[in-house]
Design a protein around this ligand. Structure first.
Ligand SMILES: *[C@@H]1O[C@H](CO)[C@@H](O)[C@H](O)[C@H]1NC(C)=O
Ligand SMILES: *[C@@H]1O[C@H](CO)[C@@H](O)[C@H](O)[C@H]1NC(C)=O
Ligand SMILES: *[C@@H]1O[C@H](CO)[C@@H](O)[C@H](O)[C@H]1NC(C)=O
Ligand SMILES: *[C@@H]1O[C@H](CO)[C@@H](O)[C@H](O)[C@H]1NC(C)=O
Length: 925
C-alpha cells in the first residue's frame, strides 16, 4: 500500500503535479515543494484546470532547462559549487531507447549514458545531465506529454527517479525500489497517472508492480524485458520476454505463451484503442491478441506474416503501425497491415528504438511522399528519432526531410582519450575502431576515422604540437602515428612489432621520442642529413618487467633538457632506460630499482616544482604516496594518500601557477582532486563517483579547467568542470595545523592514544638521557631521531627495517636541499605526522593475517592453515629482513612475559603449531 501511494502520483490534469507525500525533494525541489503546499492549501474543488496548474511553480516554470545559464540559475534557487561537476557526457548506452522530446522546431532527445540521463538539445548543442543514480541506468521512460521522465538504475542501492523534463529537477525519488532487485523496465500510462515497474529479482524472477499488487512472474521462463500500458485503459498492461507475453488487468495476471515456432518475441503494442494487442517476432511475424474477457484474458488469435526480416522495434503513431528491423529499415503499415510507406535508404544498422514527435504532422502537402497503395494520396507522418544498435541516432523530419545524424557514438568499450596540449581538443578511440577528434567547447567533430578490424587501446597527442601528431596504440599491438587534423597516416609511420595489446603510449616533452608498452619500445623522429623530411624510426625494444607495467613516463635530465624514460610496474621495479646509447634496435637499461617492499605501485607522475628538490610521485595499493628523489630514486617522503575504497589508479598534476598545484586522480570508480603539496591531511582531497562500472582513463585539459574520464566498458567519456575553491573550502573545514592529524588518531585529540603518545614521547626523552641518571634533566621539546623506531613500536606500529630507514631519511634530509644540514631530532608534531603518514592506512586486518598463514602455512587436515613452531622460528631467522637468534629470543621473552631457554626453541611459549582460525566468522577468537 505504501508503495502504491508513492508510485501512483496524481497526474497534472487532476490534482496538480505529483504525489502529496513530498518525501524526497532534492535541491531545486524545494521550490516545487513550496509550490505544492500552497496549492494544496487553497485547492478549490472545481477550479478550471488552467488556473490550477498555475499554482505549481514546477508546472508553470517558464524557463526550459537548456536555455542560457543565467536564466536557469534563476529557476533553481540553490546553486551549489561542487569541486567536480560533470558538464558533458560523450557516449550513449545504445541498448536503451532514445526518446524524442522535440518541441516544435527545437530538436531535443533523451538517452542514457552510463549512470546519467542525458537531455540533449541539438538545436543549441547543449546537454542537461540527469544526475543522481549511483549505478548504470537500466531503463528509462517518458510520459506521453513529454512532461515527466522516469529513470532507474541497477547499482548497489538502486533508485527510481521521476524528473520534470521542463526544469530537469528530480521531483520524486524512490530509494528502495518497489520491486525486489533493480528495476529493468518502466512505463507510464497514457495519462501519466500510473507508472509500472518491472524488477529482476535475485533469482532472476520477474516481478511486476501494478496497481498496488506485486505480481510474481515465476512461471516465466526468461526475464521479461518490456512493459507497456494499454493506452485506452490504464488498468491494463502487458509485459513480455522473448518467449512469453503477460497481460495484466487490474488485479489479475494472465500468462500467455504462443506455442508455435514464431521465433523469439520482440516488442508488443496495444492497438485499436486497446482492443487488440500485437507482438512482433524475430521471424518478421506479428502475433495478434484478441480483445479477451475478464475471466480468460486475451488469446493469440492470429499469426500475421509481415516481412522477412526480424522485427526489432514495434510502435505506433497516429494511424500507423511502425516497425524497425535488423536491416535498418523503417516501415509504416495501416491498420489492415498494408504497407503504406518505408524508409530503407538511410543505411542504418539494426534499429534499436523509434520515437515520434509529440507535435502532430504538418498538413498534407506535396512534400510528402506518396503512399504505396493509394496513388496520389500523400503519406503523412510525424517527425521521428531513430537509434541503432551501433550507437547512431538520426532524426527524420517530415515532410520531405532526409535523415539528420544527431549522434554517432562508440558502441564498444572506450578506453583511449587524450587532450591536445594547447587547444580545447579531445581525441577518443574505442574498441569499435572509431577514432574521433572533437572540439570539446563547440562539441564539433573535427575529424574521425574508422578502423574496421582494429580495437583502439590508447592515444596521445604530441606535446609540442609543432607537427601535430596523434599516436594510436591498438589491441593488436600495432602503433600508428597520424596527422591529427586529417587522421591520415603514411605507411612508414605504422609499426607492428608486438602481438600484445599496446597498453601505454607516450611522447617525450620535445616530441622527438615515442615510447610504448607492454614490451617497452622506443621510436625516434629521425631527420636524415641533408633532407628536410623527418621519419619515425625504431630505437629499440626491451622486456624490462615481469608483471604489468603501470606507468611509462618521459622526463628531462636536470642538467640538460635531454629526455629520459622511466617505467614502473607491478613487479615493484622502477626502470630507467638509456636513450642515448641505445642503438641497433637494442634498448639499454640504465638502472632498475625496487621501490616498494610489500606494496604494489599503481602509478607515478612528476611532482611539480614546489621545492628545490625534484621528485617523482608514486602511489601504491596501500593508499600511500611516495616522493622519490628524481636522481637517486631515494624515498624522501611517505604520505598517506587519499583513502577511498580502492587505491589511486592514475594521477595527473593539473597545470597551475608556481604556487598552487592540484593533483587529479582516479580510483576504481571515483575521480578526485588533491591539494599539493601533499602532507597526509585527509581533508585536502575529495572524490566523487564518476563511472560506477569502473573508470579507465583520466586526462586533463591544457588549461586545467576540465578533466575527462573514460569509463572503459560503459563506452562513455565525461567532462568534469573543476572548482578547486570548493576543495579549499572543504579543507579549511577540516581544521588547520595538526588538527586533521589528531583527528586521525583513534579517540582524537585528548583521547587515550593521543595521551599515550605524549607520555611515551616524554618517556623517550628521559630514556635517552638515562633513566637512572642523577644529572639535572635537560628539558626539550624533541627527541633524537634514533628513538623514533622504539616509539613507533611502543604505539603498536611495527615498521620493517626498510620503512624505518625511509622514515629516518625523510627527517634527516628534510631540510638538506635548502640548508645543506641534516636534521637529527623530531618534535611531537613532526612525530605525529610521521606516525600518521607511515602507519598502515587501515591498520592490519584479520584478512591480511589469514593471508600470511595461507602463504607460509599448509593445510593441517582439519581445514585450517597451520605453521609449525620450528618452521616459524626458521622463517623469522632466514627470510626477508631476518632476525638474529638472540633477537628472536628477546622478542618472544618480552611478548610472552616468560623467560626462555638459551637456544631458540620457543617451547612453552609457542604451541607446536600455530593455526589460523577455521572461519572468518569465528570473531573474537
Ligand atoms: C534548446 O535550445 C534552444 C536554443 O538555444 C532554446 O531556445 C530552447 O529553449 C532549448 N530547448 C529546451 C527544451 O531546452
Ligand atoms: C546499458 O544498459 C544496460 C542495462 O542497464 C546494461 O546492462 C549495459 O551494460 C549497458 N551498456 C553499456 C555499454 O553501458
Ligand atoms: C509448448 O509446446 C511444448 C512442446 O512442443 C510443450 O512442452 C510446452 O509445455 C508448451 N508450452 C505451452 C505454454 O503451451
Ligand atoms: C637528490 O638527493 C641528493 C642528496 O641526497 C641531492 O644532492 C640532489 O640534489 C637530489 N636530487 C634532486 C633532483 O633533487
Amino acid at each position: 500500500e505504501k508503495v502504491l501511494r508513492t508510485m501512483s502520483y496524481r497526474g497534472p490534469k487532476e490534482h496538480g503535479p505529483l504525489a502529496s507525500e513530498g518525501r524526497d525533494y532534492n535541491d531545486g525541489g524545494r521550490d516545487y515543494d513550496e509550490g505544492l503546499r500552497s496549492r494544496e492549501e487553497e485547492e478549490p474543488v472545481d477550479e478550471p484546470e488552467k488556473d490550477k496548474a498555475k499554482t505549481s511553480k514546477v508546472y508553470t516554470a517558464a524557463d526550459t532547462l537548456l536555455a542560457t545559464e543565467e536564466s536557469s540559475m534563476g529557476t533553481h534557487a540553490l546553486v551549489i559549487d561542487y569541486t567536480f561537476s560533470p558538464d558533458w557526457s560523450f557516449g550513449i548506452n545504445y541498448t536503451l531507447p532514445v526518446f524524442n522530446l522535440q518541441d516544435r522546431d527545437q530538436l531535443v532527445i533523451l538517452y542514457a549514458g552510463a549512470h546519467v540521463g542525458v537531455i540533449y538539445n541539438h538545436t543549441s548543442t547543449s546537454q542537461h545531465l540527469l544526475q543522481g543514480h549511483g549505478g548504470p541506468i537500466s531503463c528509462l521512460c517518458m510520459s506521453e506529454d513529454r512532461r515527466w521522465l522516469g529513470t532507474a538504475d541497477n547499482g548497489r542501492e538502486p533508485l527510481l527517479i521521476i524528473w520534470d523534463s521542463y526544469t530537469g529537477i528530480p521531483v520524486h525519488t524512490l530509494f528502495n525500489g518497489p520491486t525486489e532487485g533493480s528495476v529493468i523496465a518502466l512505463a507510464f500510462s497514457k495519462d501519466a497517472k500510473y507508472l509500472a515497474t518491472l524488477g529482476g529479482g535475485e533469482q532472476q524472477v520477474g516481478q511486476a508492480l501494478i496497481n498496488n499488487m506485486l505480481h510474481d512472474i515465476k512461471e516465466a521462463l526468461s526475464l521479461p524485458i518490456y512493459i507497456i500500458f494499454n493506452p485506452g485503459d490504464s488498468t491494463e498492461l502487458l509485459s513480455n520476454s522473448d518467449s512469453q507475453v503477460l497481460f495484466y488487468k487490474a488485479v489479475s495476471a494472465h500468462f500467455k505463451g504462443f506455442n508455435q515456432s514464431v521465433g523469439s518475441l520482440g516488442q508488443s503494442l496495444f492497438h485499436w484503442r486497446g482492443q487488440q494487442a500485437l507482438t512482433a517476432t524475430s521471424a518478421g511475424n506479428l502475433v495478434l491478441w484478441d480483445e479477451g474477457d475478464e475471466a480468460a484474458g486475451r488469446n493469440a488469435i492470429k499469426l500475421l506474416p509481415l516481412q522477412r526480416e526480424a522485427i526489432t522495434v514495434l510502435t505506433s503513431t497516429d494511424r500507423w503501425i511502425v516497425t524497425g528491423d535488423v536491416l535498418g529499415h523503417i516501415k509504416f503499415y495501416d491498420e489492415n497491415f498494408r504497407l503504406m510507406s518505408w524508409y530503407s535508404d538511410f543505411s542504418l544498422d539494426a534499429i534499436a528504438s523509434i520515437s515520434f514527435s509529440k507535435d502532430a504532422a504538418p498538413e498534407p502537402s506535396q512534400d510528402y511522399p506518396e503512399s504505396c497503395i493509394l496513388a496520389d494520396q500523400p503519406f503523412v507522418s510525424r517527425s521521428f528519432v531513430v537509434s541503432t544498435v551501433r550507437a547512431t541516432v538520426v532524426h527524420v523530419k517530415t515532410p520531405g526531410g532526409g535523415p539528420q545524424t544527431l549522434l554517432r557514438e562508440h558502441c564498444a568499450p572506450l578506453h583511449a582519450v587524450a587532450c591536445h596540449p594547447r587547444r580545447p581538443i579531445l581525441a577518443m578511440g574505442s574498441h569499435s575502431g572509431i577514432l574521433k577528434v572533437c572540439d570539446y567547447n563547440t562539441k564539433l567533430t573535427l575529424a574521425s576515422r574508422v578502423y574496421e578490424s582494429e580495437r583502439i587501446q590508447c592515444l596521445i597527442f604530441d606535446p609540442q604540437g609543432a607537427w601535430f601528431y596523434v599516436a594510436v596504440g591498438f589491441a593488436s599491438g600495432a602503433v600508428h602515428i597520424l596527422d591529427a587534423s586529417s587522421l591520415h597516416s603514411d605507411a612508414e609511420d605504422c609499426f607492428h612489432f608486438s602481438d600484445n595489446s599496446i597498453t601505454h603510449i607516450t611522447f617525450s616533452l620535445d616530441s622527438m621520442y615515442l615510447a610504448t608498452a607492454v614490451t617497452v619500445t622506443v621510436f625516434h623522429l629521425h631527420s636524415s642529413p641533408g633532407s628536410t623530411t623527418q621519419q619515425w624510426q625504431l630505437v629499440g625494444r626491451h622486456i624490462s618487467h615481469y608483471k604489468p607495467i603501470r606507468e611509462l613516463l618521459f622526463g628531462v635530465h636536470l642538467d640538460s633538457t635531454r629526455p629520459r624514460l622511466l617505467s614502473l610496474a607491478m613487479d615493484r621495479r622502477l626502470v630507467e632506460y638509456d636513450l642515448d646509447s641505445s642503438m641497433e634496435q637494442q634498448l639499454l637499461v640504465l638502472s632498475a630499482e625496487r621501490v616498494e617492499q610489500s606494496a604494489v605501485p599503481q602509478c607515478m607522475t612528476w611532482y611539480p616544482p614546489l621545492s628545490t628538490e625534484r621528485f617523482l610521485l608514486t602511489a601504491s595499493d596501500q593508499h600511500k604516496m611516495k616522493l622519490l628523489n628524481s636522481t637517486t630514486n631515494m624515498c624522501r617522503k611517505t604520505l598517506l594518500g587519499p583513502t577511498y575504497e580502492s587505491p589511486v589508479q592514475k594521477m595527473v598534476v593539473l597545470p597551475g601557477s608556481s604556487y598552487t598545484y592540484y593533483l587529479a586522480f582516479i580510483t576504481k570508480d571515483k575521480v578526485g582532486l588533491q591539494i599539493l603539496p601533499l602532507d597526509g591531511n585527509p581533508y585536502s582531497s575529495l572524490a566523487v563517483v564518476c563511472h560506477p562500472g569502473g573508470v579507465s582513463q583520466l586526462v586533463c585539459s591544457f588549461d586545467g579547467r576540465f578533466v575527462f574520464t573514460s569509463g572503459g566498458a560503459d563506452g562513455t567519456v565525461l567532462r568534469w568542470r573543476i572548482n578547486p575553491h570548493a576543495l579549499q573550502a572543504t579543507a579549511a573545514l577540516g581544521g588547520s595545523h595538526l588538527d586533521p592529524f589528531y583527528a586521525l588518531l583513534e579517540g582524537g585529540r585528548g583521547g587515550t592514544l593521543c595521551r599515550e603518545m605524549e607520555d611515551l614521547f616524554y618517556y623517550c626523552q628521559l630514556r635517552h638521557q638515562g633513566i637512572d641518571s642523577m644529572a639535572p634533566r635537560q628539558v626539550s621539546t624533541s627527541i633524537p631521531l634514533t628513538e623514533v623506531p622504539f616509539l613507533m613500536r611502543a604505539l603498536g606500529f611495527f615498521p620493517s627495517e626498510q620503512e624505518l630507514e625511509d622514515m629516518q631519511n625523510e627527517v634527516k634530509f628534510s631540510k638538506y636541499a635548502e640548508t645543506g644540514k641534516y636534521v637529527k631530532e623530531v618534535d611531537l608534531a613532526e612525530f605525529l605526522r610521521l606516525y600518521i603518514n607511515h602507519r598502515p592506512a587501515f591498520g592490519i586486518s584479520r584478512k591480511e593475517l589469514a593471508e600470511s598463514f595461507r602463504v607460509l602455512g599448509f593445510w593441517d587436515g582439519s581445514g585450517r592453515m597451520a605453521i609449525p613452531r620450528d618452521q616459524l622460528l626458521e622463517l623469522l631467522q632466514a627470510r626477508g629482513e631476518h632476525m638474529r637468534e638472540d633477537e628472536v629470543v628477546e622478542c618472544l621473552t618480552v611478548l610472552s612475559g616468560e623467560h626462555m631457554r638459551e637456544e631458540v626453541e620457543g617451547e612453552g611459549i609457542l604451541p607446536a603449531t600455530g593455526a589460523s582460525e577455521k572461519h572468518a566468522a569465528n570473531e573474537g577468537k
